[in-house]
Design a protein around this ligand. Structure first.
Ligand SMILES: O=C(O)c1ccccc1N[C@@H]1O[C@H](COP(=O)(O)O)[C@@H](O)[C@H]1O
Length: 211
């Protein structure tokens, strides 16, 4: 089954509940201060301390300095860093292993921009973008922009952007991603995860595998 990352964790209660009651791949912590899902590094470190090693802990950054990313990665014991801004390949390279590079997809998206990152990141993440903004928009991008690419994508693909129970099957059928990134689609309010919404998506995905 496709792997699941649940992003925007802000409370220990949500993190523990998801870790104990589901078999997700990764949990994400957003260190972007303007985000409604911002969590400070002290709180994230506290939450992460009580999570099993089997779940990947991902820190989400947007145009932070290299020093900030390195400090928070080490302080919070993150397994992966997700760069959700306009970080160039050289920036990713300096971070070494464990980098997810996010790219915003709109009608002008040019897939050849991924090439410059293929030696310096571990995963590509595709998210929607609108008016130069991306991250937590709650809207899917046009998957045909990716489905129609002729050459194979060089890195495992994580798909994000408004994924919820109504569109999750169509997304995985269209793109066959390595993982899906669930955020606003499994919330009762920004930063508050709704385990029932998550369970429902997991059941839908399990049914899809059996087909
Ligand atoms: O969710 C946010 O507030 C956020 C802010 C800044 C950068 C990234 C953010 N979240 C990431 O956005 C995508 C898609 O989220 P959604 O499903 O559209 O709500 C996901 O990768 C989150 O990690």
């Amino acid at each position: 089954m496709v792997r699941i990352k649940v992003c925007g964790i802000t409370s220990e209660k949500d993190a523990v509940q998801i870790a104990q009651q589901t078999s997700i791949w990764a949990l994400g912590f957003i260190f972007v201060e303007e985000s409604l899902r911002f969590v400070n590094p002290d709180k994230a470190r506290q939450i992460i301390r009580n999570l099993p090693a089997s779940i990947a802990k991902v820190g989400v950054f947007r145009n932070h300095s290299l020093e900030e990313v390195q400090f928070i990665r080490s302080f919070c014991h993150l397994d992966l860093v997700q760069l959700h801004g306009s970080e160039p390949p050289q920036f990713c390279e300096k971070l070494g292993k464990g980098v997810i590079k996010a790219f915003g997809v709109d009608e002008s998206f040019d897939p050849s921009q991924l090439d410059a990152y293929k030696e310096v990141v571990d995963f590509y993440l595709l998210d929607s973008t609108q008016n130069g903004k991306s991250g937590g928009l709650g809207i899917p991008f046009n998957w045909d922009k990716i489905r129609n690419i002729k050459t194979p994508i060089a890195k495992p693909l994580i798909v994000a952007g408004g994924l919820r129970k109504e569109n999750i099957v169509a997304c995985i059928r269209a793109l066959q991603p390595f993982a899906v990134d669930l955020n606003s689609g499994v919330e009762s309010a920004p930063g508050k995860k709704d385990i029932e919404k998550l369970r429902e998506i997991i059941q839908i995905l399990e049914r899809e595998v059996k087909k």
